[in-house]
Design a protein around this ligand. Structure first.
Ligand code: ATP
Length: 379
């Protein structure tokens, strides 16, 4: 068993910087838990608190019910893998992997057996006598993982472990890490700034911004029901489209169109009257020929990106008389030309052409609603 509970963890540095504020979440036994957020959001600070390199100024941290406050890093039963692989260049692969066991004064025969088992697991058996300089980046990464695994810690902490690898190889190593974590079943905290890594790898994900946890949930839950505008914009590629809108007692006004709202639809939104921000995922936008009949966003295609299996179609909706909340201006909803922008993800053979008009259907079920000032999800 290894369950880690963060209970209101807070860190204020001596200069007054509040790097982590009241962080509370539970990393369940055996889970691959991802901590993700942009640069400066407090990821490293939180990780340092967990591993014991930094003291929290408030809250508590418990591993299997035991508080880790004041517990020495070496007594926490955690192993950390850093982005810089931190393997010793003068030692062979075998010596590198065996190093923590040597420190722990494990009998040589047992250490040797464990090193062989780990090398086998990681596909390093043929490389045990090689020096790190003769290894590829991915192999070195595996050695670093091996050194963490060999100790059989209660918890793995991975700090941006793939950021030094090139893009193509990163995808491969990501899958390798996921398989390895499942096989070992060791409780793991994985820290990254990369939302794709977070979404593809995580059993559950915590999104951090400005030292505050924005939302904790499965990747699917975060994608389908983002708690606020920040999460909505942070997760998904291309990001969710955001538009100004106004709700009246029976209608929804959007740029270029409006649609009626049924009583059920209106009841599903927490604001009954007034401005809102509407979010639509790029894949939820479907071309329609019936623009005159129902509600449809209409604009001019200003760029088509072909990605083989799909198109990213950029639409310029032009100007709107709807007021643009500050949060929208900051999110870059307006393009360089001043018009409102949308991106639709369409089939590669969708009949679209740069310079032509395009209408996109609006299904109510695909719309997200956010408070124009607080950014909170209203559905
Ligand atoms: P990155 O992804 O860029 O490494 P991060 O999410 O890991 O960023 P942290 O390094 O945890 O962010 O920093 C969080 C905040 O705390 C930042 O505003 C940073 O400037 C501040 N900070 C970090 N260390 C200290 C310190 N020793 N004293 C004062 N402020 C600090």
């Amino acid at each position: 068993m290894a369950e880690m509970v963060l209970d209101g963890v807070t860190k204020r540095f001596a200069d007054g910087t509040l790097a982590v504020r009241d962080a509370s979440f539970t990393i369940r036994d055996g889970e691959l838990f991802i901590l993700v957020g942009p640069s400066g959001c407090g990821k490293s600070t939180l990780l340092n608190i967990i591993v014991g390199l930094e003291e929290m100024t408030g809250g508590d941290l418990r591993l299997d019910g035991r508080s880790l406050r004041g517990v020495d890093p070496k007594d926490r039963d955690m192993a950390m893998v850093f982005q810089s692989y931190a393997i010793y260049p003068h030692m062979s692969v075998r010596e590198n992997i065996a190093f923590p066991l040597k420190l722990a004064k494990l009998p040589a025969a047992e250490a040797d057996a464990r090193v062989r088992e780990v090398a086998d697991l990681l596909g390093l058996s043929a490389l045990l006598d090689r020096k790190p300089e003769t290894l590829s980046g991915g192999q070195r990464q595996r050695v670093a993982m091996g050194r963490a695994i060999v100790r059989r810690p209660k918890v793995f902490l991975l700090d941006e472990p793939l950021s030094n690898l090139d893009a193509q190889f990163r995808g491969q190593m990501r899958a390798e890490l996921a398989r390895l974590q499942r096989r070992l079943g060791t409780t793991t905290l994985y820290v990254t700034h990369d939302q794709t890594e977070a979404m593809t790898l995580g059993d559950r994900v915590a999104i951090l911004r400005g030292g505050e946890v924005q939302q904790v949930g499965t990747p699917r839950a975060l994608y389908a029901q983002p708690a606020n505008l920040f999460v909505a914009g942070f997760i998904g590629t291309p990001p969710m489209n955001l538009l100004p809108a106004v709700i009246t007692p029976d209608r929804l006004r959007l740029p270029t169109t409006e649609r009626s709202l049924t009583a059920d639809e209106r009841a599903a939104i927490q604001i009954q009257n007034g401005p809102v921000i509407v979010g639509i995922r790029p894949e939820s936008l479907v071309p329609t020929d019936d623009a005159g009949l129902g509600a449809a966003l209409t604009g001019q295609v200003d760029l088509v990106e072909w990605l083989g299996s799909e198109l990213y179609v950029h639409l310029d909706l032009g100007d709107t008389d709807l007021e643009l909340p500050q949060a929208l201006l900051e999110s870059g909803a307006k393009g360089a030309g001043g018009g409102l922008r949308l991106i639709a993800r369409l089939d590669p053979d969708a009949p679209v052409q740069e310079g032509r008009a395009l209408s996109l259907d609006l299904a109510f079920s695909a719309l997200h609603f956010f408070h124009p000032e607080t950014g909170v999800n209203l559905r």
